[in-house]
Design a protein around this ligand. Structure first.
Ligand code: ATP
Ligand code: MG
Ligand code: FE
Length: 332
């Protein structure tokens, strides 16, 4: 199969051409980070408009790099949700136009399935497996008994991990997106501050990061008020230690309970160096294999959508030309 995949759920306009679900023929991404940086976060209206400006350019770039014509394609795939509705609509409409003009099957893809299947572009994935999705809008533990089947066993009850990173970064005076900036600052600090860890009820695989976020913000606020000198790198390092501790402990417990050989990390926060290392150490100690995508496949891209589209295409998933954007779509 040769699939053209399109992704516009948030602030990257992306298109990719994927062969047989695993080989990246082309992967084009136009990031809007520099624009949204000015506002300290993603502005939905601006995101939609930039997607409109970039969509055709990015799609043509991917087709050119792959050296293919529309006649060569097996299908066109697109992220239908979840994400910003106005942003999703640009990709959905572009994909529908291509499907209609070239009589191609249209394959709808869930954005988080994309994050998970990013791993399949670089690793041999074996079922059953457990996947931890940590991104800007989601924190989910998903059990997959087989290909294309997703069982949500735990999720955040408030903030997503990436969201907590972005808010803490903002308070520390670091630029958007906050994750990479906090990660980098934390490398130079020590985990000398005691921040809370939300374990929730015994046996629960759910998460909560709003208490931790508030605790970090209060600590910084109180220090400023009392004129106490607080090392920012220690705050970043202590915050990260709390996040990583909870993510690794809960994922390890779930991996044991579900008796999986493989654990997959997915989503933008999977780019976090400390998380990658701590998870790798823990899984290796328990005889499990950790799969992590390379950094360029962690944050939003269309190659991962093409990888998930191959699975969806083979299982017969098709959309009609009345396909709509689904901003709150659940993974199932
Ligand atoms: P979702 O996938 O839930 O719809 P999204 O697509 O906006 O949300 P991603 O692109 O998957 O999110 O990830 C972006 C998030 O990852 C941001 O919150 C960013 O701060 C975080 N992030 C990126 N790199 C790192 C890092 N090295 N450490 C921690 N967080 C990071
Ligand atoms: Mg993004
Ligand atoms: Fe994402």
């Amino acid at each position: 199969t040769l699939i053209l995949a399109i992704e516009t759920s948030c602030d990257e306009t992306a298109a990719a051409v994927i062969e047989n679900g695993r080989y990246v023929r082309a992967n084009a991404v136009a990031s809007q980070i520099e624009t949204h940086k000015l506002y300290g976060g993603v502005v939905p209206e601006i995101a939609s408009r930039q997607h409109v400006e970039q969509m055709t350019i990015v799609m043509e770039k991917a087709m050119r790099e792959a050296g293919v014509t529309f006649q060569d394609l097996t299908a066109v795939a697109v992220t239908e949700g979840p994400g910003l509705v106005g942003a999703l609509l640009v990709g959905v409409n572009a994909a529908k136009a291509v499907a209609y003009a070239h009589s191609l099957p249209l394959v709808p893809v869930h954005h988080l399935a994309g994050h998970i299947y990013a791993n399949r572009l670089v690793h041999d994935v074996k079922y059953p497996l457990l996947s931890l999705i940590v991104s800007g809008g989601h924190t989910e533990l998903v059990y997959m008994p087989e290909e294309g089947v997703y069982e949500l066993i735990g999720e955040t009850r408030d903030d997503a991990v990436g969201e907590a990173y972005d808010k803490v970064a903002r308070t520390l005076g670091l630029p958007y997106p906050g994750g990479p900036a906090v990660d980098q600052l934390a490398q130079t600090g020590e985990a000398s501050l005691e921040f809370p860890r939300a374990w929730l009820e015994e046996g629960s695989y759910d998460f909560s990061f709003s208490g931790l976020k508030s605790s970090v913000l209060n600590t910084l606020h109180n220090a400023t008020q009392r004129n106490v000198e607080l090392a920012r790198e220690d705050v970043a390092c202590s915050f990260q230690a709390s996040v990583v501790d909870v993510l690794v402990t809960k994922t390890a417990a779930a991996a044991k309970a579900y008796d999986v050989e493989q654990v997959l990390l997915a989503g933008g926060v999977a780019a976090n160096q400390t998380l990658r290392e701590a998870m790798e150490t823990k899984m290796a100690a328990e005889g499990r294999q950790l799969l992590v995508p390379p950094l360029w496949l962690c944050t939003d891209n269309a190659a991962m959508i093409g990888a998930a589209a191959d699975v969806a295409y083979r299982s017969g998933a098709r959309a009609d030309l009345d396909l709509n954007a689904k901003p709150g779509l659940a993974l199932k």
